[in-house]
Ligand binder design. Structure first.
Ligand SMILES: Nc1ncnc2c1ncn2[C@@H]1O[C@H](COP(=O)(O)OP(=O)(O)O)[C@@H](O)[C@H]1O
Ligand SMILES: [Mg+2]
Length: 258
């Protein structure tokens, strides 16, 4: 089995508080993996350990390994900024740079990472907006502020910004939870298209969404409040939703808690 991401023995802390304990999993290229589980079980924390964002939080630290294409992202010689370029992130609330134009929002990551000719930038911005299924809606107003778009459009703008730098992996933390149902479906369709080019990991509270968009589903849970979150099981999405191995998974997906 080819692996894009290979996590072993990953434990993460906030100061002395252990938020997640001893998580191991593999993620294959060009797949969508959904993380599900009750609030506070560490889904966001774990997601942020995958691109070295966890350590940005004061007191945030990690034990264990995350391999991206066999390279340990926590090795001493690795630059966390380079990691975040390879593994991009989309957040719950769309967060375009408010004073920047639509064009500049998409170009922002590129400008940080190198020098591009104006014509190259124009080409990549168009390709990225097309890749995010937003081009037709914004092509006549690329110089208007990104903040003038609807919530769903802003989220697709953030996705365009994330894919412009051609990452290997896209992490999405509840990317639809602030959106209406139509915008949510647009993002779900987009995820289906993006997985042809990227490896995607998505946290979602919406079971139907996990079932619709993902190939693999990971269920996380807490033994008790205050205890660290653990990975309970990860399997093909179809199996998790029809015949999970663990009773707690069955209880969670059938709405008995969480
Ligand atoms: N910035 C933070 N500082 C301290 N503790 C945090 C912080 N963010 C999350 N936590 C704690 O880490 C645990 C996991 O939280 P989180 O990863 O947000 O879970 P989820 O995304 O599954 O709801 C919780 O106990 C939460 O209180
Ligand atoms: Mg969360």
């Amino acid at each position: 089995m080819s692996k894009r991401i290979d996590v072993s023995g990953l434990t993460a802390y906030y100061g002395s508080h252990k938020a997640i304990d001893d998580i191991s999993m593999n993620i294959e290229p060009r797949t969508v993996t959904a993380f599900i589980g009750p609030s506070g079980c560490g889904k966001s924390t774990f997601l942020r350990t995958l691109n070295r964002m966890h350590e940005v939080t004061p007191g945030g630290r990690v034990e264990g390994k995350v391999l991206l294409d066999d390279e340990n992202l926590y090795a001493a010689n690795i630059d966390p900024v380079a990691v975040r370029r390879e593994i991009g992130m989309v957040f719950q609330r769309p967060n375009p740079f408010p004073t920047m134009s639509i064009f500049d929002n998409v170009a922002a990551g590129l400008k940080l990472n190198g020098s591009y000719k104006k014509s190259e930038l124009t080409e990549i911005v168009e390709k990225s907006l097309k890749g995010a299924n937003l081009w037709n809606e914004v092509k006549d107003r690329l110089n208007k502020p990104g903040s003038g778009l609807s919530g769903g459009q802003q989220q697709r703008l953030c996705i365009a910004r994330a894919i412009a730098v051609e990452p290997k992996v896209l992490l999405m933390d509840e990317p639809c939870s602030a959106l209406d149902p139509i915008s949510t479906l647009a993002i779900e369709d987009l995820i289906g298209e993006l997985k042809e080019r990227f490896t995607i990991v998505i946290v979602t509270h919406n079971m139907q969404q996990a079932a619709r968009v993902s190939d693999r589903t990971a269920f996380f849970n807490l033994a008790a409040v205050g205890q660290p979150g653990k990975l309970i099981e990860i399997d093909d999405t179809e199996r998790i939703f029809s015949n999970p191995s663990v009773q707690a998974t069955e209880d969670y997906i059938s709405g008995r808690f969480g």
